[in-house]
Design a protein around this ligand. Sequence first.
Ligand SMILES: O=C(O)COP(=O)(O)O
Ligand SMILES: [Mg+2]
Length: 226
Amino acid sequence: MNVCLAPRPVVFDLDGTLIDSAPDIHAAVNAVLRENRIAPLTLDQVRSFVGGGVEMLWHKIIRATGIEPSRQQSLIASFMTRYHDATGLTRLYPGVLEALGMLADRGYPLGICTNKPLGPTRAVLDHFGLTGLFGTVVGGDSLPQKKPDPAPLRAAFVALGADPTQPQGIYVGDSEFDALCAANLPVPFLIYAHGYRRTPLAELPHAAQFSHFNELPLLVEGLQLA
Ligand SMILES: O=C(O)COP(=O)(O)O
Ligand SMILES: [Mg+2]
């Protein structure tokens, strides 16, 4: 007997997964540091601080630069005025558009679950013409919890119509935060090898890894049948 199951949702992380946004984040960080007469950070430093959301980014910047911690909130406020529409230096990773289009054509409900705040998330999705592909977008400030707490990812799957009592879908991401979040739910996790992760791949729980987005549709299909 042939059982035809509805395709389960596929939810994506954003920074370091679909987009290389570190250059825009780096530029906005250094503009704030310059304004406050603090020495700039390198792109590698800033990239290594991305993944846990804006508060964690600035917590790490403060630790690296020796800035007085009480200045965090005002530095974040100044950063957000630059970050909310920062897209000029951001690039889609190769093959992203084609892979998302292929998954959408095959009927997979698609969503975003990112620790990036909703404002810059929406700006960058609009900038690349991706907004219409996603049935839900959960940002770092959408809920009180952030990844690796599973609540934002669970909310994304529920918004895409997943049955919370069934295997809910697949999460695609790049970082420690994503791997733990998927394991906490739990859902199968596909990790993009060229993102902003600091931990060796072998040490992060994942169902499979991929190094180009043209590998993704087949991996998704395989997990749907599993
Ligand atoms: O902005 C961040 O710190 C992380 O964003 P991400 O969850 O899309 O990787
Ligand atoms: Mg990421």
